[in-house]
Design a protein around this ligand. Structure first.
Ligand SMILES: Cc1cc2nc3c(=O)[nH]c(=O)nc-3n(C[C@H](O)[C@H](O)[C@H](O)COP(=O)(O)OP(=O)(O)OC[C@H]3O[C@@H](n4cnc5c(N)ncnc54)[C@H](O)[C@@H]3O)c2cc1C
Length: 404
């Protein structure tokens, strides 16, 4: 009989505790400061690199964990400390996921470690898909990649927007259109190596939340990269384009595949924020007195907390299921990856808002972290596919109908 268990094993529990301790002792105490500064928290990234959390080896171990559970555990524990700092630590993994999804094993070995650098010289990566006129609709990219056969180089031109670590990253993974009329099927992903001429940071955005994470435009002005920087190689791209021109079905789309594989991890970050807010509100409700009794003794407050806890746990179960399905090669028949991100993202917004409500005026001021958690939570219904796009993916998967 095959065994079934929902309990983490000793190794998983140990890893969870190790990351949690870092989050509790290093990330959470610094969260408010970096939210106010609205800057990348380099000292924290360096500290995470020193202990081994910000490293290619650690992330690769979590990425290729056959159970799939390590990545959500790491994401949840870090985001429990602070989501903005977590994105500064894990934004690099978006670039890495772009390489893993589209690159050859050799490209992964060459560029993967460079995404992180070393504890003495930490590096960052970015994954640049979105454009001013192509956010949800990634088939509409305007950034062009043109092949210069004489030099075996690709020339990239265009503007990317909302890019996490954009312009400050050492490695930019850029998705561009090679054959615009083929839409997504005419796109390819490219590595832009450190210090490449023509790549610059445009506007840096001031945001509502996750303010310790850098978000900016990336301008590509005649950026030339060697032919070897085309992820997956030229033969594979030529084959894909030829198939698309013949009208044959493609097995994947560069950008969508990367997003699909990273959705449960993003959902896990939302679980981390929601859990933090739930725990904080629970403690507060047991302490705070009004009308001569603890506020938790009112059903109106106690039931809120019951609903919050239920939704946090349900979100985690969806995240873990999707992560396990991804790692064990199961087909996402009902958009289970999207379900996990959709539900966890909306839960984080709901739970953090309820936490403010439970704390009354104290929930609304910056002396307590719940107002920040609420600001941070909102991005989880927007990036990596908005809630509407997740519903679209699920609706298409369950109906078999291409709902537009
Ligand atoms: C802080 C931050 C960090 C980000 N990091 C990155 C990054 O690192 N790399 C990257 O490439 N991108 C990144 N993004 C971009 C992000 O993925 C996009 O903002 C997101 O996909 C939505 O695109 P959009 O903003 O253009 O909205 P739009 O696509 O213009 O959507 C606007 C509204 O219309 C709805 N909508 C659109 N189409 C449909 C439809 N068919 N059915 C129903 N509703 C629809 C949307 O759900 C949304 O509510 C980031 C964004 C932010 C804000």
């Amino acid at each position: 009989m095959a065994e079934f268990s929902m309990e983490l094993n000793e190794d998983q529990l140990q890893l969870q505790k190790w990351v949690h301790d870092f989050s509790e002792n290093v990330i959470r105490p610094a969260a408010s400061e970096w939210d106010e500064k609205e800057e990348t928290p380099w000292p924290i990234i360096q500290e995470a690199a020193k202990v081994g959390i910000y490293s290619f080896d650690f992330v690769a171990q979590a990425f290729f964990d056959p159970t799939g559970i390590l990545l959500p555990i790491v994401n949840e524990e870090l985001a429990w400390g602070d989501a903005g700092i977590t994105l500064s630590l894990l934004g690099t993994t978006l670039g890495l996921a772009g390489i893993a999804a589209n690159g050859t094993p050799q490209q992964m070995l060459e560029w993967g470690p460079q995404c992180f650098g070393t504890p003495d010289k930490v590096q960052l990566a970015a994954f640049a898909v979105s454009e001013p006129d192509a956010g949800s609709d990634v088939s509409n990219l305007r950034t062009r990649a043109v092949y210069d056969e004489a030099k075996d180089e690709w020339v990239l031109n265009g503007t990317k927007t909302w890019i996490t670590n954009g312009g400050i990253a050492d490695i930019h993974v850029v998705v561009a259109s090679v054959e615009p009329e083929l839409k997504s099927r005419g796109q390819a992903s490219f590595i832009v190596p450190p210090n490449t001429k023509g790549l610059s940071q445009g506007q840096k955005f001031k945001k509502m939340g996750i303010r310790a994470s850098h978000t900016a435009e990336v301008v590509l002005d005649d950026v030339r990269v060697p032919g070897s920087c085309l992820l997956g190689g030229k033969d594979k791209l030529d084959e894909k384009i030829a198939r698309a021109k013949e009208g044959k079905r493609s097995s994947s789309q560069a950008a969508m595949r990367t997003f699909e594989s990273s959705r449960p991890s993003v959902g896990a970050q939302a679980v981390g924020i929601a859990r933090a807010a739930y725990e904080y509100a629970l403690d507060y409700a047991k302490e705070r007195t009004a009308f001569g009794r603890k506020i938790i003794e009112n059903q109106g407050i106690a039931f809120k907390l019951a609903d919050m806890k239920t939704r946090v746990d349900a979100s985690r179960l969806l995240v873990w299921r999707a992560a396990w399905m991804g790692a064990s090669g199961k087909t996402f028949e009902a958009g289970e990856g999207s379900m996990s991100k959709l539900y966890a993202g909306e839960t984080a917004v709901y739970v953090t808002e309820e936490a403010i409500q439970i704390m009354g005026g104290y929930g609304y001021i910056r002396e307590h972290p719940v107002e920040r958690w609420h600001r941070d939570s909102k991005i989880y219904t927007i990036f990596e596919g908005t809630s509407e796009i997740q519903r679209l993916i699920i609706a298409r998967a369950i109906s078999g109908i291409h709902i537009p």
